[in-house]
Design a protein around this ligand. Structure first.
Ligand SMILES: Nc1ncnc2c1ncn2[C@@H]1O[C@H](COP(=O)(O)OP(=O)(O)O)[C@@H](O)[C@H]1O
Ligand SMILES: [Mg+2]
Length: 347
């Protein structure tokens, strides 16, 4: 939480007045703090205004379902008067259980990749029988055509951006690769995490095993190849999101896919598994387009002023990173397709 200035009325809503509050994690979207009261630990988050606070109702339903299926999931803790969140001085806060795990910004080993894949498959399978309409979900998150149109429009709208000469060629390359992307098959939607990137996964502190997914503001129905594409584009890009250089790591993709397949075989359809590489390429290009458009529009909501001079500079680096990783996977796509075929037992 920035400056850790949590009004007392926030803590007292949960009867936690006088607790110790310290920063937690490196998330850039919500502000997250560890609240310690005696031996008890909680996670307090100030919700980013892009999310409607009612999203917490969806999170409560999904996490209860996950726990009923034997998975670990953070539990939203109601206030003393039974609310899932409080709004104080225009800011929305929620409190949840603290889980004994660490989040990483990169996978350290093939073993971790396999663990992550297995956990994601358990997460998906556990939610397969959830009958819930997700009234608060955000729509059109992965409308790739729309993201490309936004990028084209940003080029037209911001010709005098101070970095236009650097950003325009980057945009051209992204649009060029977008035009070459394979078409994704029409598949039914599944209930998914929506943002399964590496630092939204906790590894158990004691055992190092994948413990659970956190950061559940994006839950909802979506095509599985896009969800898996979003996971693999992050897990298999060990450079992280913030460097200009990156590469697709087949040595992480292979165990991640096989960890997923071990659990998901018998549930995932051949159309879905057959579109994993296409989905991963799509998400790279889509993210590159979004970061690039934001670099021109100066509109991104999360950035790191400690490491970049401007919001635009951070987003240019992010766009270049996703584009380089996309190209790297493009060059390796034959081998990546073979990894998928082997893992799912088709060849
Ligand atoms: N329930 C939890 N238990 C333990 N650590 C957590 C929990 N929730 C969040 N964290 C830590 O806080 C960080 C930021 O939380 P996250 O929900 O991912 O916020 P953001 O939307 O900003 O990414 C996580 O990467 C993790 O390190
Ligand atoms: Mg996060």
């Amino acid at each position: 939480m920035q400056g850790l200035e949590v009004p007392n009325s926030v803590l007292s809503a949960w009867n936690l007045g006088g607790s110790t509050v310290s920063p937690l994690g490196s998330g850039l979207i919500n502000h997250t703090a560890l609240v310690t009261s005696g031996a008890d630990r909680y996670v307090l988050q100030q919700l980013n205004p892009v999310f409607p606070p009612e999203i917490n109702e969806d999170i409560r339903v999904v996490t209860a379902h996950l726990r009923a299926r034997g998975l670990v999931a953070p539990e939203l803790l109601p206030t003393v008067d039974g609310r899932l969140w409080v709004e104080i001085e225009g800011r929305v806060y929620r409190l949840m259980t603290h889980l004994d795990g660490v989040s990483r910004n990169r996978l350290n080993s093939p073993g971790e990749a396999r663990e992550a894949g297995g956990l994601l498959a358990r997460f998906h399978r556990a939610l397969a029988d959830l009958d819930y309409a997700f009234p608060h979900r955000r729509l059109g998150v992965h409308d790739t055509g729309r993201h490309m149109a936004v990028l084209r429009q940003a080029l037209l709208d911001h010709p005098s951006h101070r970095d236009f000469a650097a950003i325009a060629p980057l945009a051209g390359e992204i649009l060029h690769l977008a035009a070459a992307l394979p078409t994704l098959p029409a598949v039914p939607e599944r209930v998914v995490h929506g943002d399964p990137k590496i630092n939204n996964l906790l590894f158990a502190t004691e055992t190092g095993r994948a413990l659970c997914f956190i950061d559940l503001d994006t839950l909802g129905p979506m095509a599985l190849p896009l969800e898996l594409g979003d996971a693999f584009r992050s897990w298999c890009n060990p450079a992280g999101e913030d460097h200009r250089q990156s590469a697709f790591a087949l040595d992480l993709f292979t165990p991640a896919v096989s960890g997923y397949a071990e659990v998901a075989t018998g549930w995932i359809t051949p159309e879905e598994s057959g579109a994993i590489v296409a989905g991963t390429l799509t998400i790279y290009v889509e993210l590159a387009a979004r970061f690039c458009a934001d670099a021109l529009r100066e509109s991104y909501f999360g950035w790191d002023p400690q490491r970049f001079p401007t919001r635009s500079a951070h987003n240019q680096a992010r766009a270049a990173n996703q584009l380089t990783a996309a190209r790297s996977l493009w060059d390796l796509r034959g081998a990546a397709e073979e990894v998928v075929r082997r893992a799912f037992g088709a060849g």
